[in-house]
Design a protein around this ligand. Sequence first.
Ligand code: PHB
Length: 399
Amino acid sequence: MSDTVLTTQVAIVGGGPAGLLAAHLLDRAGIASVVVDLRTRTEIETTHRAGILEANAARLLVDSGVSDRILRDGHEHEGTYLRFGGRSHRIDFKELVGESVWLYPQTDVFIDLADARARDGGDVRFGVRDVEVLDIDTQQPRVLFTDVDGTRVEVRSAFVIGADGSRSMCRNIVPEERRTRHGREYPFAWFGLLVQTPMNAPELIYAHSDAGFALVSQRTETVQRLYFQCSPTENVDDWDDARIWERLQACLAGHDGFRLHEGPVIQKSVLPFRSFVQEPMRWGRLVLAGDAAHTVPPTGARGLNLAIHDVTILADVLPRALAARDDSVLDEYAQRALQRVWRAQNFSYWMTQMLHLPPGGESFAFDRRRQLGELENVVSTRAGRTHLAEQYTGWPSGD
Ligand code: PHB
């Protein structure tokens, strides 16, 4: 039983960047939506995520009227560094493929989207409870939830977008016998840090070392984002600041004398990761988008970009499905989205296995030497550098 019934065209479960961008782009196409999320806006805003946007994604946020803050607060990176054997090698995206990426944290993308929805009068409900998605195989699916004031609300819509992240409830609506979950776990995780220091480098540094993988990223002039490889069961409390800096300096040490600026650690967390794809991405009148359908390890910075790509396709396909009153138009969505999903899966897996300390065992020494050979292959020929640059900056548009 519900206290209130709302009718809209598209119900969106999940108010992270994928769900909010879907609502925004659909609104621009004249299509109404209601977005619900179990988390409060503050919870989403204070969860740290990756920070690299493809230039195409940055352009979309600006050109579709979300915000132009990225142009002021973001940093355009025309390349990145691969560091191994104690030396840094620059991959010059601009020169190799004519593209760049933007360092602009996902949290800021979320804030811009949430503000844009509020500005445009969008219906977004954060902090709801007991979300249920029903009747997805009928013409009128329903999303039920309990709003913050305790009201039980029923949303009737033509379609439902499941954009509820890597622990998606929506993906479980696809019957067990009709879905395939492809995935792989990794024997390591990332120790993620926010530290109060000046910037260490003008661009990101992906480092391979005998002390393990590390990534040097940035946030502001005074706060930096750093990561190092750790065990998936690592306990952050076992790491005081001194131990953290010792490990990070060991991961970045080299013949060039490079050293990170040290300062107070202001936030630390372990980020376990895996590769995952669920197929199909559409079931009845439900479509899955972003992490709900696929997750990638963060090494290639593909996650948010893939979600944005899914949503861009949905913003093209859903209005046509609504106008034609024909669900079969939706079949196009997965066909177009999955091609990039699998390319990104491969890229993220490739970067991950190339840069991290492999598990021990008999082939450890072989794998370490082979990784160095692989990294040499990437940096020492134009073809190798171009291969990385093309994938890191996103594939040319078209799907
Ligand atoms: C980040 O800045 O948090 C970041 C950047 C690149 C990655 C992952 C995370 O590949």
